[in-house]
Write a protein that binds this ligand. Sequence first.
Ligand SMILES: Nc1ncnc2c1ncn2[C@@H]1O[C@H](COP(=O)(O)OP(=O)(O)OP(=O)(O)O)[C@@H](O)[C@H]1O
Ligand SMILES: [Mg+2]
Length: 447
Amino acid sequence: MSIRLGQDDYLLTKNQSIDVSCDYDALVNVHMLIMGKTGMGKTTFLRQVIQQMERITPTPRIHIMDVHGDMELKGASSVRFSESTEYGLNPFVVSPDPHFGGVRKRVQDFIATINGCRPIGSRQEAVMRHLITDLYAANGFFSNDHKSWVINDSITRKYPKKHPTMDDACRYAYAKLKQVIIGGDTKSGRALEELNRVTTKIYRISKQQSIPGATLDLDLVEKAMTHRSDAKKYFMEYVENLETGKELEDFVKYESKEVLKSIVERFDNLKASGVFKNQPPPFDPNNPVWRYDITALREDEKRMFVEFRLQELFSVALEKGPVRREEEGLLRDIMIIDEAHLFFRDDQNNILNTIAKEGRKFGLGLVCASQSPTHFSEDFFSNVATKVVLGVDQMYWDNLVRKMKIESKLLQYIKPFHVIGVQMSNKGETRSRFTMVRVPNSRVTPA
Ligand SMILES: Nc1ncnc2c1ncn2[C@@H]1O[C@H](COP(=O)(O)OP(=O)(O)OP(=O)(O)O)[C@@H](O)[C@H]1O
Ligand SMILES: [Mg+2]
């Protein structure tokens, strides 16, 4: 199982033609990093790699994230994602794996991803976490019961169980907001708000009076006494007017209407983007190459799209379990990411980092192209087995030399479109050589 890159350039000068290939049985993983200044042929190189990967048997599924619309390949199954298509991703599909999956993990990943694309405040984050967890519970998925994470659990229901969707999240958040606004107008809800207000005042006074050296302020003490009797009155009012018994719980979780309102808006925006839809994309299951045309999405939407799709693929791979010994080297999915600087974050939760570190065991490969060594995360850079240098701007040479532990003079031998630098790390080897490779000058013609 291998793909050919070209011929050893040094040996060519000695009249020996020796092929240089990525031998996936020997390499530590299938991941590949492609680095090249603009116009150096990254996209073209990716297309050539894909054409060879298609010929691997058994054929892995190749997922192309096409950011610019320049990755169309003859025969590939293509789906265009935009605001006006009805296809998209569902970010709320829970993996039933008791160790890796579950509601808490999904909620965490969801928030981390949208946070990485456009940050939300910490109060919003807490409310969003409660909302989604409650939404799951309303759909029969409970964070503390892994048996409930499967769709076909043994409980019989009126309606078939399904994962919640972005539409459901919008409706649920809006219903909660309505409930909190109306709840605040009931006697019990109002009393709770008043109780919160006066206890805050009492707390403030007691803090002022407990500063070392503070003189006793009798006016303040008297005020505190009045607040105390008010607090008692409001507490009685709250208890006497309880209706659902959930008033306190909701008050604690969804205390601020403003925060809840901003979450409703955020969900509405997410729903309006071209990323999340109830209908899964109609890719041809018999075609090994799936091209996700995300040209029409905004930059932050592209980021969300790629992260959520990769999370989905990782989840599915986890469910299938690690690749078994007799299938050693089996490749399930290869993800091709051009313009990868859009998607990398130096963050534990970034899915690209997770796949770089854990993907191999589950048959996943990650192929990423970008312009400079600083565009890739540390995790990716240190885990990727094959690094391909097509030609890097001189201002990054020092950085590259340090990161790849190579001699800087080697970079001078790189001749764009003709000679590229390749470093591969094989199983059982601690050092990896930086080889100059003469590439075949055949271009892949667009479809
Ligand atoms: N090996 C090659 N030999 C000759 N021409 C090539 C080769 N590879 C790429 N090209 C040509 O160079 C131009 C730029 O290639 P390509 O779009 O692949 O570069 P890129 O690195 O992806 O650029 P960008 O950073 O702008 O996306 C194209 O016209 C392409 O046809
Ligand atoms: Mg390109």
